[in-house]
Design a binder for this molecule. Structure first.
Ligand code: THU
Length: 146
């Protein structure tokens, strides 16, 4: 699974976005340690605050399946019904969810504004000095007993 394939899966995931309020459709594709990919889309709500971002949809699907070992996530977003053309960076809440389950020094966040235009970042670059499980003397979730 290379970065371009992961971006293609994020673009496909975006088709599932439920966005009647913002009309901004986001797709994510989360690569796990064993090579499995979890896709996610944003899912909005009439009460607004229960809305879930694409990145968290992908993470929560994986964690429900017992997966806690993650390598990279591709994220794409833009106005609903149009092809992506601009970068879409994860919101702060999603960055914090990544920090819970991922090593900031190696987990990669791949932004794309087309299948061929990508910008890779490390989690540590997008969430400097993040607060994580080890700050509460907890082991990293990937190593914790299920
Ligand atoms: N959104 C995501 O799903 N991921 C991001 O990276 C940025 C924002 C969603 C939340 C909301 O449904 C819509 O995009 C507009 O903010």
């Amino acid at each position: 699974m290379d970065d371009k394939e992961l971006v293609q899966l994020a673009i496909a995931a975006r088709e599932h976005a439920y966005v009647p309020y913002s009309h901004f459709a986001v797709g994510a594709a989360l690569l796990t340690g064993d090579g499995t990919v979890y896709q996610g889309c944003n899912i909005e709500n009439a009460a607004y605050t229960p809305s879930n971002c694409a990145e968290r949809t992908a993470f929560f699907k994986a964690v429900f399946d017992g997966v806690r070992d993650f390598r990279a996530i591709a994220v794409v977003g833009g106005p609903e019904g149009k092809p992506i053309s601009e970068w879409c960076a994860p919101c702060g809440v999603c960055r914090q969810v990544m920090r819970e389950f991922c090593d900031p020094d190696s987990f990669r966040i791949i932004l794309a504004r087309s299948e061929d235009e990508m910008k890779p970042y490390l989690l540590r670059d997008l969430l400097p000095m993040g607060f994580g499980p080890e700050d509460l003397d907890k082991p990293a979730p990937a190593q914790a007993a299920h």
